[in-house]
Design a protein around this ligand. Structure first.
Ligand SMILES: [Zn+2]
Length: 225
């Protein structure tokens, strides 16, 4: 008997769905925070990773990092969704990242929450961090409560959206990852279209500052030379 293909699931989501639904869905961009979040769930029964093609500069490199992280932690269920309009307009080879659309995070979260509901997954992890920007913290928390409520109303299912890293600075994220002995070379941070880290954009500089403050070399930069 030929197995029917589910009409609504992306092809990649079909891999492994003969098993039980994933217990946790992790939104991963292939960045530092994604690596930490993925590492924390990798040992749980059955996690799945979600990559959103959001049209950012350097997206191919982020995607490669996402796959590398999934391979490293042997997470077989990988889901990809397309929201290329989120970083619309501008941007080019070597250029800074494009302008992000209004409500971009909420748009990403909504499709991620929809995917979690579709898979029958009760926990969605969003590895965002905003440090000590308390207004942002409060706004994010409120948005997540609204979205959880919307999922309940729409699907009748309960979804918990977790942001375990939200109060951390980038330095604290790196410190946490160092304690976990994570392979930083499998991450992407640069916001330019350059294939390798440009070491000049704001994101590259913040990353370099975090590693320098903690007194150890960034394996991603070391791997570059
Ligand atoms: Zn850069």
């Amino acid at each position: 008997m030929v197995a029917a293909v589910h009409p609504f699931l992306p092809i990649n989501a079909m891999k492994g769905t003969a098993m039980n639904p994933p217990t946790t869905l992790v939104m991963s961009s292939g960045g530092l925070r994604s690596l930490v979040a993925t590492a924390t769930v990798a040992k749980t029964a059955h996690p799945a990773l979600l990559f959103i093609h959001d049209g950012r500069a350097g997206e191919k490199s982020y995607y490669r990092a996402f796959l590398d992280q999934a391979d490293h932690f042997e997470i077989k269920q990988r889901i990809e969704l397309q929201l290329p309009h989120l970083h619309a307009g501008g941007g080019g080879t070597g250029g800074e990242d494009r302008q992000i659309q209004p409500l971009a995070h909420l748009q990403m979260l909504t499709v991620a929450a929809g995917q979690a509901a579709k898979l029958g997954t009760g926990t969605l992890i969003w590895p965002v961090s905003v440090g000590e920007h308390f207004d942002t913290l409060a706004a994010v928390a409120e948005s997540l409560v609204l979205l959880e409520h919307a999922v309940q109303l729409e699907t009748g299912k309960s979804l918990k959206i977790l942001t375990p890293l939200i109060e951390l600075s980038i330095r604290q994220v790196v410190e946490l990852g160092r304690q976990m002995q994570l392979p930083w070379q499998l991450t992407r941070t640069c916001t330019t279209a350059a294939e390798k880290p440009c070491e000049a954009c704001a994101a590259c500089l913040a990353r370099a500052e975090a590693f320098a403050a903690l007194g150890f070399d960034d394996p991603l930069i070391a791997a570059k030379v």
